[in-house]
Ligand binder design. Structure first.
Ligand SMILES: Nc1ncnc2c1ncn2[C@@H]1O[C@H](COP(=O)(O)OP(=O)(O)OP(=O)(O)O)[C@@H](O)[C@H]1O
Ligand SMILES: [Mg+2]
Length: 465
């Protein structure tokens, strides 16, 4: 990182240059603040160390000049005449930190390291925001299907309001994608988008996850915790699998929606919260209401606008276009040239029932991009068999491919039909692989897994990984 040092004292500039070079920084020093401004116009520096008392343009005027010229930088001020007031004034003018002379070498190094950390975070943040905006832009939702296009029209319209939206659809139909598009396509885009999987967190924990808790609310509550609703303040909270919400929490959620206030577990006071609610479920909530498993009043609160996503079977004309998108996506991700999809392979894709919808199609293409060595995806690179793709033989081939692919995970006994256990086994496996791939970097792993950092920590603990 490049650091600009501004100090009228030769010995100071020299000492700082030596210390910073030793720490691996690239220092450039000047004796006058006016000269520094010229340098900054022409050249880029990661941050600035600036003396306060200097002949000519002093430190405070320099800070003002930076601001006037729109040269926002991380500036650390230094002064031998350090009073609290000067420090305060510097901070008000936008300085990042303040250090009094004389200082020890490790003091200045620590201050600079802290600034470096912040600089990195800031960049990471802008990058993530840009990524997010790009990734969840509407243009990423592909379709040429008339019904789906009019749904997207509706999605675009609701994005700018704070009305609750309920998204319905089978697994893998793009519910989360649409939820993100609603958030990132609206005025709250720069604010947080917080996802809660109501089915993945046990009921007892879920309440404190959603609303937070105060210290001592229960045995493990060693400190006060902010709930996800509050984290989503100003933005959007995405209640995924809302049909799994236990009854007691349905009552509490209803109250939050009605009153715009949350109460932490164990707290006596409520706090205002402004989070837009987007919920999704694969369940038929009307049916759940009939069975007494879902509250009707909550249903009407969530369902101000309902978006029902079609299955992939209902929009077969989207299959080739989606396949092409995924080929492109994984060619970029794996750094491999894209592949053609042969006509026979397309026929198989078009004839398949896709119980896992778009996610399943995406997985199939991802596998093919890994396994197929030629430049064309053919029927044999697909782990599925079409209606007229050669009957048993190709089914067996598909099976063989399947078991080859899943050899990393021991096959579960085929008479065990529990979705819950299958899901757990799959989650465990995916988490392990994500952690391996990122060398245990949990933030990156959570990103790859497309779950929140918090959810990942919870699952790691829960699965004893
Ligand atoms: N129209 C689309 N265009 C491009 N990609 C899509 C589209 N719809 C879904 N996808 C992709 O398919 C995958 C599954 O979508 P998503 O996670 O939104 O589904 P879901 O309905 O939330 O599934 P589940 O119910 O299993 O949670 C994602 O990788 C998503 O990016
Ligand atoms: Mg989902």
């Amino acid at each position: 990182m490049r650091i600009l040092i501004i100090d009228d004292e030769d010995s100071m500039r020299h000492m700082l240059s030596v210390i910073l070079k030793r720490e691996g920084y690239e220092p450039v020093s000047v004796a006058e603040a006016a000269k520094a401004l010229d340098l900054l116009e022409a050249d880029d520096f990661d941050f600035i160390l600036c003396d306060i008392k200097m002949p000519g343009l002093d430190g405070l005027s320099f800070l003002k000049a930076l601001k006037d010229r729109g040269l926002a930088r991380t500036v650390i001020m230094m002064s031998a005449y350090g009073t609290f007031e000067t420090a305060l004034e510097c901070m008000k003018l936008g300085a990042y930190d303040y250090i009094s002379k004389p200082f020890k070498a490790d003091e200045i190094v620590l201050t600079v390291k802290k600034a470096e950390e912040r600089e990195k975070l800031k960049r990471e943040n802008t990058r993530l925001k840009a990524d997010a905006l790009e990734e969840y832009d509407f243009t990423n939702i592909f379709t040429i299907d008339g019904n789906m296009l009019s749904i997207l029209g509706l999605v675009r319209k609701v994005a700018d309001y704070t009305t609750s939206v309920l998204i319905l659809g089978e697994s893998g139909t793009g519910k989360e994608l649409v939820a993100r598009a609603i958030h990132y396509g609206g005025q709250r885009a720069q604010k947080p988008f917080v996802t809660v999987n109501c089915g993945a967190i046990p009921g007892a924990l879920l309440e404190s996850e959603l609303f937070g808790h105060v210290k001592g609310a229960f045995t493990d509550a060693h400190r006060t915790k902010t709930g996800l609703f509050q984290e989503a303040n100003g933005g959007t909270i995405f209640l995924d699998e809302v049909g799994e919400l236990p009854m007691e929490l349905q009552v509490k959620l209803l109250r939050v929606l009605q009153e715009g206030e949350i109460r932490k577990v164990g707290d006596t006071k409520s706090a205002k919260v402004d989070a837009r609610v987007v919920a999704a479920t694969i369940k038929d909530l009307k049916d759940e209401i009939r069975k007494g498993a879902f509250r009707e009043d909550l249903y009407y609160r969530l369902n101000v606008i309902e978006i029902k996503l079609p299955t992939l079977r209902e929009r077969p004309f989207d299959i080739p276009g989606l396949a092409a998108r995924f080929v492109e996506k994984y060619s970029r991700k794996f750094g491999k040239p894209p592949k053609r999809v042969s006509e026979e392979a397309l026929a198989i894709l078009a004839g398949y029932a896709w119980p896992g919808n778009i996610r399943e199609l995406e997985n199939v293409i991802e596998r093919a991009m890994i396994l197929e060595e030629t430049d064309t995806i053919r029927p044999k690179s697909l782990p599925i068999a079409g209606p007229n793709a050669g009957g048993r033989a190709s089914l067996q081939a598909a099976d063989a491919l399947e078991s080859q692919l899943s050899s990393a995970t021991p096959r579960r006994p085929s008479d065990d039909l529990s979705i819950k256990r299958a899901q757990e086994a799959m989650e465990k496996d995916l988490i392990k692989r994500a952690l391996e791939r990122t060398r245990n970097n949990k933030t990156k792993a959570a990103e790859i897994l497309e779950i929140s950092h918090r959810a990942l920590l919870y699952k790691i603990k829960n699965y004893g990984l």
